[in-house]
Design a protein around this ligand. Structure first.
Ligand code: S3P
Length: 738
């Protein structure tokens, strides 16, 4: 739409009015612009700086000349300016303003015009500085800043569109909200911080030794009080104009400060850690938001592409990051324990961080992670607090399924949500059995997220015979069982990872395992402990296959978890002829650990025993690559579960392999793969971290480059994958956009 404004008048040539005039001059050079200010000095300066074409002798004169009047005067001066405009009687003139409080401007219009005229579009650019006056005006002041327009029901839509376009032309991002909402938001985010800065500086300046204080006042004081140099008149007017909303925000703040005061007086370190660490995390989130990055994760927003080339051999002595399953559980059980749990080797990947954030949101104080170290201040089984909103769990199925069980018995309601991939995954498999225990849980369409849990239910222990071999379902039910009356037991059709059972025992809870059945009795308590998270065998798997298929390779992986419910990948690779040696076997915090040496060996195709499927459930994408590099045929059956992982891993791998010249035979519950050459090509990982890493491994043997799309989620389980892989002999280039 063409901007139908040829003549603009600015009333008030201070910082904002002056910057607006300068920006109009720069970005709309054909528009005539005149300005009025009660201070002649500001007007003449504006003319001299080229911000305006003409000095207006009065507001009335301006109102008679222009199509658009921009009012940039203090809110308290608004009434007299409006009276002057009204006296000219030109209802066709578009009027807008830049006032920091909108309710009071609306009232001023009402009292002068009897209404907010349809062609009055109120607004507020969220830009400025502690400096004031035309001398401080800057042409770029609004660039990439937000401007809030506050139309009401009777606002002329065309006038609104013109103002929107005008601000966008000046480089601003335009938002809309009601005047009242605007005033509440600004009271908290702008007015309150200014009040605190004024008050702190005034309090310190009033002290006898003030010179001393200011002389030594370094970074913190400077950062916190910069805005105390702002224009006193303007701020007086703002507090006069937005009294109620400011008082509400101030009361909340004083309340919070009171609690902190009490904590300091009582030496309550834990309370302070809670406030400070929650604030730190929130501040980091805000910084990302302000940098226009995603709230939850910078990676989610970016499109990341890997370009992987054949290289090798794969050699060295490396340690892959911590185990994802154990990291999740360390936060969950640490939070529910009594006492302080220290975790080392925690996986700082997005999935485990989603769990960590969820518990912070439920009031648990958690320090870190800092190079794998996390300290969890447990709140006891009944100490979680209701979160302020829904718990966002990103890409993490484990977080959602285990939390569904754990939250089923809390006193409060919760809602669990996730990203696009998680929102497609089945949740009834855990919600269904939990309902039988008395839980009230709703899932979304087709049993998918969001999961809504109604708190305050009494759960009854029961036995559940799992139809699918799923550690997530087993764990979800056992976690609910901690709160249930009597015994809760689960039997599984095939062995699945038993980290929950082991870790519960590590926290002093009696878990009984009898054959394929695990059981516990509700009503006990968890005692804090130390957890040393071993390296994740699922992450090690990429390197086990990489070294096995690349001639000349010899790689050692340190401190890898070799829990027998996880070592299917080693068994399968050995059956295919891989050269894998385990040494330095030991037990760390209830979990077996070893160093693993893997050397190149020619592989052969096999029929994968179905019993090994749950023990290698996450490793199949990369095992398919091993199968392509093996002589003869590899057949996988009994692996229907692969279709409901972060992607349909059977189909997505088959599609990708096809792009690389490898034909496969897709079965309902598996795949047949003939050993063959790999060509270069372009594959789509569909945002599935393990598919992206599997095709990076494939490149080691491919005849051309493999371009892998949608790789940002590698950060969910394996932060630093590309760096570690390249150090060991891979060649992966990362392209990022967005
Ligand atoms: C996990 C269990 C497995 C696995 C997932 C982690 C766990 O899922 O695929 O990556 O930590 O319990 P299922 O239980 O759905 O098989």
């Amino acid at each position: 739409m063409e901007l139908k404004v040829a003549r603009i008048g600015v009333v008030g040539l201070g910082l904002i009015g002056g910057s607006f005039a300068l920006a109009v001059r720069r970005y709309l050079p054909d528009v005539y612009i005149a300005g009025y200010d009660a201070r002649l000095s500001e007007m003449t300066l504006a003319k001299r700086l080229g911000a305006i074409d003409e000095l207006a002798p009065s507001v009335e004169w301006l109102a008679a000349q222009v199509d658009l009047l921009m009012l940039a005067v203090p809110v308290q001066a608004m009434r007299s300016v409006l009276a002057a405009i009204r006296s000219v009687n030109r209802p066709e003139v578009l009027i807008s303003d830049v006032g920091s409080v909108k309710g009071v401007v609306e009232e001023a219009f009402n009292s002068v015009f009897g209404e907010l005229p349809p062609r009055a579009v109120l607004g507020h650019p969220i830009a400025g500085s502690e400096k004031s006056g035309m001398a401080a005006a800057r042409v770029e002041l609004f660039q990439r800043h937000k401007v809030i327009l506050t139309p009401i029901e009777t606002t002329d839509l065309q006038a609104l569109a013109v103002m929107r376009q005008l601000w966008q032309t000046l480089g601003a991002e335009v938002l809309e909200m009601s005047p009242r909402h605007h005033d509440e938001v600004l009271a908290a985010t702008s007015h309150l911080p200014h009040l605190l800065a004024f008050s702190l500086v005034d309090t310190l300046a009033g002290k006898d030794d003030n010179k001393e204080i200011f002389r030594y006042a370094a970074g913190g004081f400077r950062d916190f009080t910069r805005i105390a140099a702002s224009d006193p008149i303007m701020w007086r007017d703002i507090f006069l104009s937005n009294r109620d909303a400011v008082l509400k925000a101030l009361d909340q703040y004083v309340d919070g400060l009171g609690h902190l005061r009490a904590a300091i007086a009582a030496g309550d370190a834990r309370f302070m850690m809670g406030v400070f660490s929650r604030a730190k995390v929130a501040r980091e989130h805000f910084s990302k938001m302000l940098e226009q990055k995603s709230y939850k994760s910078m990676n989610q927003e970016k499109r990341i592409t890997f370009v992987a080339q054949s290289k090798g051999p794969v050699c060295g002595d490396i340690r892959v990051p911590g185990d994802k399953s154990i990291s999740h559980r360390s936060i969950m059980l640490g939070s529910l324990a009594e006492g302080v749990t220290e975790v080392e080797g925690f996986l700082e990947g997005e999935d485990a961080l989603a769990t960590l954030q969820a518990f912070r949101d439920m009031g648990v104080v958690i320090e870190g992670p800092d190079r794998g170290k996390v300290t969890v201040y447990g709140v006891g089984l009944n100490g979680l607090k209701p979160p302020a909103g829904s718990l966002y769990l990103g890409n993490s199925g484990t977080s959602m399924r285990l939390l569904t069980g754990l939250l089923a018995a809390q006193a409060f309601d919760t809602e669990l949500t996730g990203d696009a991939s998680l929102s497609k995954r089945p949740m009834e498999r855990v919600a269904g059995p939990l309902r039988k225990m008395g839980a009230k849980i709703e899932t979304g369409e087709n049993g998918r997220p969001p999961v809504r849990i109604s708190g305050g239910q009494r759960l009854k222990g029961m036995h559940y015979d799992m139809p699918v071999a799923s550690a997530q379902v087993k764990s979800g039910i056992l976690l609910a069982g901690l709160y249930a009356e009597g015994e809760t037991s689960v039997s599984e059709p095939a062995p699945t990872r038993d980290h929950s059972e082991r870790m519960l025992r590590g926290f002093g809870y009696d878990v009984r395992v009898d054959g394929n059945r695990a059981s516990l009795t509700g009503g006990g308590c968890l005692k804090a402990t130390r957890i040393d998270v071993p390296s994740d065998i699922s992450s090690a798997a990429f390197f086990l296959v990489a070294a096995s298929i690349t001639p000349g390779s010899d790689l050692t992986l340190r401190h890898v978890g070799i829990n027998p419910t996880r070592t299917g990948v080693i068994d399968i690779l050995r059956m295919m002829g891989a050269n894998i040696e385990l040494s330095n076997l030991r037990e760390v915090g209830g979990e077996p650990v070893a160093d693993i040496r893997v050397r190149y060996a020619p592989l052969k195709g096999i029929q994968i025993p179905e019993a090994l499927v749950p023990l290698a459930i996450d490793e199949f994408p990369v095992l398919f690559i091993a199968a392509v590099c093996a002589a003869g045929e590899t057949v996988l059956t009994g692996a229907e579960e692969l279709r409901v992982k972060e992607s349909d891993r059977i189909q997505v791998m088959a599609d990708g392999l096809k792009q690389l010249g490898v034909e496969t035979d897709v079965l309902k519950d598996g795949i047949r793969i003939q050993g063959s050459d790999l060509q270069g090509g372009r594959v789509d990982s569909h945002g599935d971290h393990r598919i992206a890493m599997a095709f990076s491994v494939a490149a080691l043997r491919a005849k051309g480059d493999i371009t892998i799309l949608d790789c940002a989620n590698v950060a969910t389980s394996f932060p630093g994958f590309v760096e570690l892989a390249n150090e060991s002999g891979f060649s992966i280039e990362t392209l990022s956009e967005g």
